[in-house]
Structure formats: structure tokens, C-alpha cells
Ligand binder design. Structure first.
Ligand code: TRP
Ligand code: ZN
Length: 850
């Protein structure tokens, strides 16, 4: 373990001592010795008091430095350099050498399959040259790239291009984290977009030769995103070109570099044969997300990294609105809540809990979290609900008008809402500063025609927030009559107190409440209710989210009982599912979501909440048993539904076909529990798209029958990295609990297991961590195997290693035996010599020691 890294605090923010008027960069590319020449115009910042001249720089070899053309000898450390500088404006010049080939961390300038590319967010630019690498330092960049590559790209507009040399100029001042450079042998799929004011924008999606056939969908998604941002937010694109590049080696999904978005190839490349419906949906959302950052992130950026949610929460919220508009709004909302509960709730309720706007960190890369992104988006959704549609639109207009070109804070963001609405958002702001998931309990009272709901909110204290205060909660409520009619349409109740009552008068009969419609606040709703009422809401709720939620709660209660005291599922659940399945009036995509069961990790969390130590094996068995029971109960309906979901005509990843294939997939999974995989084998043999091929293969694996198809699938797709990632992942996610670690271990010995590629590492070790019962096998083999690989990956790629440490964050929920096994692995990781700052911080926090 290395010395503790310094902790950075929000309260210590101070502006940089200098402003940067312009940046000129020249790159002479060579795989292991790229030269970067910089010429940077500085002048004193009148708003700053500290005039020390410190430039960040890591892993750089300084060749020479000069100020106003006079050579200087700065003091260089591992973090950067300091130098005496003139009193007024001056020009800094430096030449450094870097090693893109040796850069396996995938941060800064690195190589992927012979192509040069960059990743600078959050603090990667300092691995390219000496610079004030902080988001509040914004400047205009001109970049020259020299290298023997057919394609040479950087931010902004092209200035000139000749063989082996290109010059780019970005007229919009930007922080260094939005810098990007790409060079290589690439081909483009090109198109055009005419903006609302009639400007023509050249669009290019750059890929490696051979991948041209996987670009069409991404390009359409880009054009839809550009049109949507004009129509809904009044945001027009602001450069002559927009370039997207697909890269195989990438730590995350994609990056919004100004005018030159760089994408993990898994987040942009798709064809019907190689990508599933879920892949297409994800690609559409990520393209939109990165494009929307052009205004929420790039034109208006963050003052410091504590404000990360300013751009990420808002951009996630915007991409969710876009998806809801392009596809089914209820399906999008439900899948987002499933995701929030699977990833954000455990984070917010465990040792890694932190506020949406953290107040301290050691390594900022560790705070690109579900809390900052997804809870950050929920907070904006609540704000919009509280102020209403039109005030939201006005506030956003004011935000863009007031802050364009600036590096801002959450205070700036909330101020536009206060100024537009006259509301005091002081209490609301706690959503940004308090960690933890609020619990919302409710009691009801009925007398003399008045129905009263009394809510109590309680946020459990955590290390990050020892003394939580009441939050502002928008609680959407509707009331139903005994026959299922709505007697009160959705109302937003605004709760501000710890305990608060809301009365509904003049009712002729006691209503059934539908509470927290649309999941109007990211809380855990605790309401003592019986299966009969859940079944009633499952059948009648007029709010699609709560209708789904009623079915989900029934399934969860059933599984929790089965996993603890045993027993069989009741008729409320089984008959409720049958009614849903048979209801052709319901969107097939929605019906598919209704049939899905809560994940095993979610169940473990629910049991822990209820004061029971979860047993992963018992949860696994309960899930298996419920699926089989459900299949038997629905058996007479399944074939007909499958037939009704058949699609004639060519594959299209549109909402209509996607919904039908989702329902067909859910039904096939049930059928496979009855026919031993016969129908799945037939579907596999006929499949002409990846959605059908993969869903059939998954069913075969569950039925224990997929051996031949696994071999055939590999032979068919061995040249396609993205498909082979699925091949690795599927075998692990469908391995039985006692086999999961062994299957994973065997696959890590496969010739195609390139562990330095983050996608392949995630497909394998990430899939193990997500196989709940397999990862938590009582002998500790899952924990040990993951720890082995994290220790191995850490020196190569700290960022991806640290992210995956969160697999261990739920350790306090499990039994003493498992806790001891996990702690032993965490201690072993932490004791590794020269462990990265990233991983050290994560493991220490998970152990509760940071
Ligand atoms: N800003 C990016 C997004 O939200 C995500 C990002 C942050 C990222 N750091 C990264 C992507 C490092 C890749 C690598 O889309
Ligand atoms: Zn983002």
C-alpha cells in the first residue's frame, strides 16, 4: 500500500492565477516517442489572489521550456512543474515527449489497434503536456498533427489538410478535458445535417475498415439527437463538422470532446446481425447523451470536478427525455428505475455512499458514479416536477443565456430556477449535499368522506451524512375507486417536513391510493399493504409505472418469502401475471417488463432492509422456482403469445419490433423451462438477427443444453470482437452458482481473453460479479478470482480496476462467513505493493477506512 494520497476538498476551491488566451499544440506522432509542442498565451487572472505558476504534468519527459522565447528551467515533480513568470502577460512554450504505445491506462494519448486516440476527462490532459488541467481554465485551441496517417482529427473545424499534416481550430473556449486527437487508418460513414438556422454540418462516423456496415444506426441517432435538441431545448449545433470515432479500447461508454466525440465501439457500432435490440437502444441513448453535452457540459462547463453532476445529471436527464420521446415513455421510466435500484441504491446505502455533489475526493475518476449521474438526473426530474413544465423551460433558457461560455456550479444552476420561479430552493439543495436513500413510510386514515395520507421521511445516517435533514419530496399520488376508476387524477404533493399529512376531501368511498406515481422521487417507499391491494393495482392502476411497480412488489414479496420461510407463490401474483400477459391492449414491451422478476441482488438488498441476512443460494433457488412455477401457470398461453409476437419483414430496431421481441424473449424463457430447450434450439437454428440468436442461446444455457450452439456461435463470430464479448459474458452470467467461478476461470484461459481490453475484462470478470449467487458462492471462489484479476489489472489500468471494486460494496449485508471471505480479499488487494491511487481509495472506502 502506498502513502495516502492527498484529499481534495470543495471548500478549498480557488481560481487559477492566470487566464489562458490561446493554446497552440503541435503533435509529431510516433508510437513510443510522440513529441508535443505547446505555445500557450497566459495573462494574470484579475479574480485570483494566488499567482504561483504551477502546470499539471504526469508521465511527461520535458525536452525544453521557454517563456517569451527565453529558455527556462522549471522545477519538475511527478505532478507537474512550477516556474517563475513575468508580472504581466507572457507566452509559455514547452516540448515534451510521451509514449502512447506504453500507455495502457487509456488516459491521455494512447494507442488502440494501431490508431492514436485520447481520453482527457477528467485529468488526462496532463499526460499529454504541461497545462493548468482544471475545468475552469478555458481557452481556444489550435492543433497541428503531423503523422503518416490517412486520417488526422482534432476538435473544432478543419483549417487545412495535406498529406501527413492537418490543422484544426476550435473557436469555442473549452477546458482541456474536452481536448481530443485521433489519428489512424479510418474510414467514414458521412452525412449532413441542416440546422434550424440553415447551416450545413458535415457529420462523420469514423471506424476501422471492415466496420462500415455498423454505422447506419448511429448516424441516424445523431441526426435525431440534433433535431430534438433544437426542437425541445432550442439548442443549435455550433461547428461546421461533427465527428464521432469508434475505438475498441476505452474505459467507459463515450466522451463528449468538442466536435470530436470518441466512443467505445460497443456504444456506437451495430448491425442487426451483430447487435441486440438492447444494444441499439443503448447506442441511441449514448449518442444522444454525448451530443447533448455540447451545450450541457461544453458550452456551459463545470467550475471544478465537484460540480460533475452539473453536466452529467442534466445530460442524463436530457437523454432520458429524448429516449422517452423516441420510444415508449413508460418503458423508459421503468427500465431507468430498475437500473437506479440495481446500481445507485446499493451505492447510496453502502460504504461508498456520497452526495450527488461530493465534497471531497482523492481520485476524481472514482466519482463517475450512479449517484452523480443517475441520482443527479432524478434530482433534476424532481425539480422539473416541482416547478412545472413551463418554468423548467424558462429556467433552462435563462441558464443557457446567462452562463454560455462559463464554468459553473450547482449554485448557478439553482439560481436560474430561483430567479424564474421566485421559490427558495434552500431546502431542495439538500438533495445535492446529503448522501443516502430516503425511506418514505405512509399511513392512511378514512373518516367522514376524508381520506388522509400521512408520510414520514427518514434518511439513514451514513459516514458521508451523519445527520440527514428532511428533504423536499414531490410525491405524485392518484386515487382509485373500488371498480378501478380514477377518482383523483395525479397530483404532486410537496412534502417538506419529516412528517406531513395530506387530506383528500369529499370522497364517497374509501379509495385505493396509488403513491409515488412515475417514481416521482428516488426513495424507498415503505407501505404496509397486502397482496390483494397489490393485485388490484396491478390490474387497475392508471399510472403505468405504478402498475408495473405493483407487479414487481408482488414478485418481490413472493420471492422473499420463498427464499426465507419457503412456500409457494400465491394466486395474486400468478393470476395477475396471466391477466397482464393476455391483455393485448398493453404494449408488448411493457408486458415483457411485467413478466421479468426482480434481480437476485435487489432481493438480497430487500431482505437485508427487512432485517434478514440474505442467503444467495436460497435467493437463487427461489428465483428459479418462481420462473418454473410461472411457466407452468401460464403454459396454455405461451405458444399463442409467441406466435402473436412474430415479426414479418425486415429487422428494425424500432420500439414496435423491439417490444415484440422483448415479450417473445420473455415467453421463450418460460417455454424453455417446460420443453427442455426445444423451442429455443429451433429459434437458434433459424435466427437471422442477434436479438433472437442470443435470447435463444441464453435459454439453451439455462436448460443445460447449449454446448453445441456455444461452439457454433464462437466459430461463426470469432472475427467480431463485440459479439465475442457477448459469448464470454453469456456463459458466465448463465453459469449455475457452484460453477460460475470455474467457468470464468476457464474462460480467462481462452486464447481470446485479452484482459487488457476493458470490454473483454468487463464481459468476463464483470459478468462474474453480476452473477449474484455465483459471485457470492459460499466457498469464496468468486471473490478470490475477482481479486486476483483486479490485482493483475491495477498496474495496467487503474481506472477500470477501481470501478470494478464496487462489486464488493454490498459486503456488509451478508453473513459473517462471507463477510470474512470478502474482507480477506479486500485486505489482500489493499496490501498489494504500488496499488494505484484509484484502487486504494475505492478499497479503503469499501472497508470503511477512508
Ligand atoms: N463524460 C463522459 C460521459 O458522460 C464520461 C467519461 C468520464 C469518460 N470519464 C471518462 C468516458 C473516461 C471515457 C473515459 O459521457
Ligand atoms: Zn456524460
Amino acid at each position: 500500500m502506498r502513502d495516502a494520497a492527498p484529499t481534495i476538498y470543495l471548500k478549498d476551491y480557488a481560481p487559477f492565477g492566470f487566464l489562458v488566451d490561446s493554446v497552440h499544440l503541435t503533435f509529431d506522432l510516433a508510437p513510443d516517442a510522440t513529441r508535443v509542442h505547446s505555445r500557450i498565451a497566459f495573462r494574470p487572472n484579475p479574480d485570483a489572489t494566488d499567482r504561483r505558476f504551477f502546470l499539471h504534468g504526469e508521465n511527461l519527459t520535458l525536452i525544453r521550456a521557454a517563456i517569451d522565447d527565453q529558455s527556462v528551467a522549471p522545477e519538475v515533480t511527478e505532478q507537474g512543474l512550477s516556474c517563475a513568470v513575468p508580472d504581466g502577460a507572457f507566452t509559455w512554450e514547452a516540448e515534451v515527449e510521451i509514449d502512447p504505445q506504453g500507455n495502457t491506462a487509456l488516459e491521455g494519448l494512447y494507442m488502440s489497434n494501431g490508431m492514436y486516440c485520447t481520453q482527457c476527462e477528467a485529468e488526462g490532459f496532463r499526460k499529454i503536456t504541461y497545462y493548468p488541467d482544471r475545468p475552469d481554465v478555458m481557452s481556444v485551441f489550435t492543433v497541428q498533427i503531423n503523422g503518416p496517417h490517412p486520417v488526422l482529427l482534432s476538435n473544432g473545424n478543419p483549417v487545412s489538410s495535406e498529406p501527413n499534416r492537418a490543422v484544426w481550430h476550435d473557436p469555442w473556449p473549452k477546458p482541456a478535458y474536452l481536448f481530443a486527437l485521433v489519428a489512424g487508418d479510418l474510414v467514414a460513414r458521412s452525412d449532413r445535417f441542416e440546422t434550424c438556422s440553415g447551416k450545413q454540418v458535415d457529420l462523420n462516423l469514423w471506424v476501422r475498415p471492415g466496420d462500415e456496415g455498423k454505422c447506419a444506426f448511429g448516424m441516424e441517432a445523431l441526426k435525431k439527437s440534433m433535431a430534438w435538441d433544437e426542437q425541445v431545448y432550442g439548442r443549435e449545433y455550433d461547428l461546421d463538422v461533427f465527428n464521432i470515432v469508434a475505438v475498441d479500447d476505452f474505459n467507459m461508454g463515450a466522451m463528449e470532446n468538442k466536435g470530436l466525440n470518441i466512443f467505445n465501439s460497443s456504444a456506437v457500432l451495430a448491425s442487426p446481425e451483430t447487435a441486440t435490440d438492447a444494444n441499439f437502444e443503448r447506442i441511441e441513448a449514448i449518442i444522444a447523451h454525448e451530443y447533448f453535452h455540447n451545450w450541457t457540459g461544453n458550452r456551459i462547463t463545470c467550475r471544478d470536478w465537484f460540480q460533475l453532476c452539473l453536466k452529467e445529471g442534466l445530460t442524463v436527464f436530457r437523454d432520458a427525455q429524448f429516449t422517452a420521446d423516441m420510444r415508449s415513455a413508460p418503458v423508459k421510466r421503468i427500465t431507468d428505475v430498475i437500473d437506479l435500484r440495481a446500481r445507485q441504491f446499493p451505492e447510496d446505502q453502502g460504504p461508498l455512499a456520497h452526495p450527488v455533489r461530493p465534497e471531497s475526493f482523492q481520485e476524481i475518476n472514482n466519482f463517475y458514479t450512479a449517484t452523480v449521474y443517475e441520482k443527479g438526473a432524478e434530482v433534476i426530474g424532481m425539480l422539473k416536477r416541482l416547478v412545472g413544465e413551463s418554468a423548467y423551460a424558462e429556467a433552462l433558457d435563462l441558464y443557457f443565456a446567462r452562463h454560455d461560455g462559463q464554468a459553473c456550479t450547482i449554485e448557478d444552476w439553482l439560481a436560474v430556477f430561483q430567479d424564474v420561479t421566485g421559490r427558495d430552493l434552500g431546502q431542495f439543495k439538500r438533495w445535492y449535499s446529503q448522501a443516502g436513500t430516503p425511506r418514505l413510510s405512509v399511513t392512511e386514515d378514512w373518516r367522514n368522506g376524508t381520506y388522509t395520507l400521512t408520510f414520514t421521511q427518514n434518511t439513514p445516517p451514513s459516514a458521508a451524512t451523519p445527520d440527514p435533514q428532511p428533504l423536499v419530496l414531490p410525491i405524485d399520488v392518484g386515487l382509485l375507486g373500488a371498480n378501478g376508476d380514477e377518482v383523483l387524477a395525479t397530483q404532486t404533493l410537496e412534502m417538506t417536513e419529516a412528517t406531513q399529512s395530506f387530506a383528500f376531501e369529499g370522497l364517497s368511498a374509501r379509495p385505493v391510493p396509488s403513491i409515488l406515481r412515475g417514481f416521482s422521487a428516488p426513495v424507498v417507499l415503505e407501505r404496509a399493504t397486502d397482496a390483494a391491494e397489490r393485485a388490484f393495482l396491478l390490474a387497475h392502476d392508471t399510472d403505468p409505472f405504478n402498475r408495473w411497480e405493483a407487479g414487481r412488489a408482488l414478485a418481490r414479496d413472493t420471492l422473499m418469502t420463498m427464499a426465507t420461510t419457503g412456500g409457494a407463490p400465491g394466486a395474486d401474483y400468478l393470476d395477475g401475471m396471466q391477466a397482464v400477459l393476455r391483455d393485448d391492449g398493453l404494449d408488448p414491451g411493457f408486458r415483457a417488463l411485467m413478466l421479468a422478476q426482480p434481480g437476485q441482488s435487489e432481493l438480497a438488498g430487500a431482505l437485508a432492509d427487512a432485517g434478514t441476512v440474505p442467503d444467495p443460494d436460497a435467493i437463487w433457488q427461489a428465483s428459479e422456482a418462481l420462473k418454473t412455477t410461472l411457466a407452468r401457470h401460464l403454459q396454455d398461453d405461451l405458444a399463442a403469445i409467441l406466435a402473436a409476437c412474430r415479426i414479418d419483414g425486415p429487422y428494425r430496431p424500432d420500439p414496435d419490433q423491439t417490444g415484440k421481441r422483448a415479450l417473445a424473449g420473455a415467453v421463450l424463457a418460460l417455454i424453455s423451462r417446460l420443453d427442455g430447450g426445444a423451442a429455443a434450439a429451433a429459434q437458434y437454428a433459424e435466427a437471422d438477427n442477434m436479438t433472437l440468436q442470443l435470447s435463444a442461446l441464453a435459454c439453451l444455457l439455462v436448460a443445460g443444453k447449449g454446448e453445441n450452439q456455444i461452439a457454433a456461435f464462437y466459430d461463426q463470430w470469432q472475427q467480431d470482437r463485440l459479439v465475442i464479448d457477448k459469448w464470454f459474458g453469456l456463459q458466465i452470467s448463465h453459469a449455475e452458482p457452484d460453477m460460475a467461478a470455474a467457468v470464468t476461470d476457464a474462460l480467462t484461459r481462452h486464447a481470446d481473453f485479452n484482459w487488457k481490453n476493458p470490454n473483454r475484462f468487463r464481459a468476463t470478470l464483470g459478468a462474474l460479479a453480476m452473477n449474484h449467487a455465483g459471485f457470492h458462492a459460499a466457498d469464496g471462489a468468486g471473490y478470490r478470482l475477482l481479486a486476483d484479476w483486479l490485482i493483475r489489472l491495477d498496474p495496467v489500468n487503474p481506472q477500470t480496476t477501481a470501478r470494478m471494486c464496487s462489486a464488493f460494496q454490498t459486503w456488509p449485508r451478508y453473513d459473517a462467513g462471507r463477510q470474512a471471505l470478502i474482507r480477506a480479499q479486500l485486505d489482500r488487494i489493499l496490501a498489494t505493493p504500488d496499488l494505484s491511487r484509484d484502487t486504494t481509495e475505492m478499497i479503503s472506502r469499501i472497508l470503511g477506512a477512508a
